[in-house]
Write a protein that binds this ligand. Structure first.
Ligand code: F6P
Length: 528
């Protein structure tokens, strides 16, 4: 168990000492602190910088964290992940999202099959399909070109493509407009359909399993809507399916003329580099998707090659462990200073909490430490007028990741300077606070943040940012000894909901319902 290692014990001891030196004192005592705790990643014309200097760490803490990474065999486990070893032990499969962006010259063999070759084939057919839609060769059932896409999916089959759409449509001009339908709440799908012309709408249904009730329900509603406009026989021409097994869509009564495969070894929350991103490939073109994947690949290569101490995702992961398990910070805020990254916090909530929100390790023993923090956040500067007050002066200490970009695609670049000035100011205020003779105005400071910046928001840097967090999550999972790639915790709710929906259909709760649920169901049925 990791908690019995000398590195862990050392960190626990250092954690007890941590409040003794504030960030102000640490900076005053070390002129090199900022430089020593900042890592760069340069690729072509783009670059990323990660400044960890405002975390509550000392050089001793960093050394102990690096020793912890060695004790947790982070490098060996990382190599196993990249080699396709079945590290997702509870499901007996590899976690090979990295194969989705591996160079075409690579070979990763799973069950005797070179998965890189299969990935390349699917990427080619996605590009072909996207080109066909974009140049008007692939059209709807009434012969009209597609102008809109509706992506249907939930969790990883929604959050990734929605984030990419939202982010890239701030800087690039899409050829088709995308909307996203995820919730089973019919209000959502009905509202989206109101604004679409079925004859010019392409529907992309993403579901790894094609057993997800939200996606099946929305898919069926949308297919009825399509049928009403283009006729039953034309529905399939408007629909593409992305799944491990597209035939499952057929069995579920979903008609489609186009299908794209993903594989069991792509976790839903790691699927943004797969065909789950089809809507964006069609909207922006396959070149943009190639750029996005190239950013992810560059981070993969950095994660493999850079020494632990210079490795951005390794340091991000180790610092998260320090904050969560040693300093006891229960939550982690993410605040991008970029409206384009409005959906980054929800995306990271699934990535981090569904991956590492576990209390039993891969060895089936209950872990002896805290695992995933609660992840939350919103964009800056909006968050400064909402929740940042609590982060500056509240009783809970919340580490924050602040994310920004050097360049803007906007015309009013002086406003961008102001935006970024606010981000720097927040990091400064959190770290160094301010004295006041009036206690209520005093800012305690000494509150941790990491600043992550990229030269600009592009498909490539967006891919790189996402991959940094993917690998940081992996590092945390390694240290905590948990399987970051399963999600058994969501299954029980799905099963119970199915059972309860049958009772609603029958008009009465079953006799074995607990008293509270039974009472709520009766109230619900009476007030419908
Ligand atoms: O919430 C559980 C989950 O399985 C996620 O991991 C996944 O991203 C989501 O449901 C959707 O699953 P699917 O793509 O199979 O519809």
């Amino acid at each position: 168990m990791i908690t019995t290692t000398s590195s862990w014990k050392k960190l626990v001891a250092l954690g007890k000492e941590a409040p003794q030196s504030t960030l102000s004192e640490l900076f005053l005592g070390d002129a090199q602190r900022a430089a020593r705790n900042t890592l760069d990643l340069n690729f072509g014309s783009a670059s990323i910088v990660a400044d960890f200097s405002k975390q509550n760490t000392t050089p001793e803490v960093i050394q102990a964290l690096l020793a912890l990474a060695r004790d947790a065999s982070v490098s060996t486990r990382r190599d196993a992940m990249f080699a396709g070893v079945p590290i997702n032990t509870s499901e007996g499969q590899p976690a090979l999202h990295v194969a989705l962006r591996a160079p075409s010259t690579h070979k990763i063999v799973v069950d005797g099959i070179d998965v890189v070759k299969e990935v390349q084939q699917v990427r080619r057919s996605m590009a072909e399909f996207a080109n066909g839609v974009r140049n008007g060769k692939i059209v709807g059932a009434t012969g009209k070109p597609f102008t809109h896409i509706i992506n249907v999916g939930i969790g990883g089959s929604d959050l990734g493509p929605a984030l990419v759409w939202d982010a890239l449509s701030c800087t690039l001009k899409p050829s088709l407009l995308c909307s996203f339908v995820s919730n089973i709440d019919p209000v959502e799908v009905e509202k989206v359909l109101e604004n679409h012309d079925a004859q010019q709408t392409l529907v992309v249904m993403c579901s790894k399993t094609f057993s997800t009730s939200e996606t099946l329900s929305n898919g069926r509603i949308i297919q009825q809507w399509l049928a009403a406009s283009v006729g039953e026989a034309g529905v399939a021409q408007h629909c593409a399916v992305v799944s491990v097994d597209p035939q499952r869509a057929t069995s579920a009564g979903i008609a489609f003329a186009h299908s794209f495969n993903i594989w069991p070894w792509v976790g839903g929350r790691y699927s943004v580099s797969s065909a789950v991103n089809l809507a964006n490939v069609v909207a922006f073109g396959s070149d943009v998707f190639d750029d996005f994947l190239s950013g992810m690949r560059l981070v993969d290569e950095h994660f493999i090659d850079a020494p632990l101490a210079k490795n951005i995702p390794v340091m991000m992961g180790l610092i998260s462990v320090w904050n969560r398990s040693i300093l006891g910070r229960e939550t982690q805020a993410v605040v991008p200073y970029s409206s384009a990254l409005r959906l980054f916090a929800p995306y990271l909530q699934q990535l981090i909490m569904e991956s590492n929100g576990k209390q039993v390790g891969s060895d089936n023993a209950v872990v002896a430490t805290q695992t995933s923090p609660v992840v939350w956040g919103s964009i800056g500067t909006n968050s400064q007028h909402a929740f940042m007050q609590m982060l500056h002066q509240g009783t809970s200490v919340v580490p924050v990741d602040l994310i920004g970009f050097a360049k803007t695609s906007a015309v009013h670049d002086e406003a961008h300077d102001l935006l970024m000035a606010n981000m720097f100011a927040q990091a400064q205020a959190l770290a160094f606070g301010a004295d006041s003779t009036e206690p209520q105005r005093a800012m305690p400071g000494n509150r941790a943040s990491t600043v992550l910046m990229a030269s600009e928001l592009s498909a490539q840097t967006l891919g790189a940012l996402i991959a940094l967090y993917e690998h940081s999550v992996f590092v945390q999972g390694c240290v905590w000894g948990i399987n970051s790639f399963d999600q058994w915790g969501v299954e029980l709710g799905k099963k119970l909901a199915q059972n309860i929906s049958q009772q609603i259909a029958q008009g009465a709760p079953s006799s074995d319902q607990d008293a509270s649920t039974s009472q709520l169901l009766q109230w619900y049925l009476k007030h419908q």
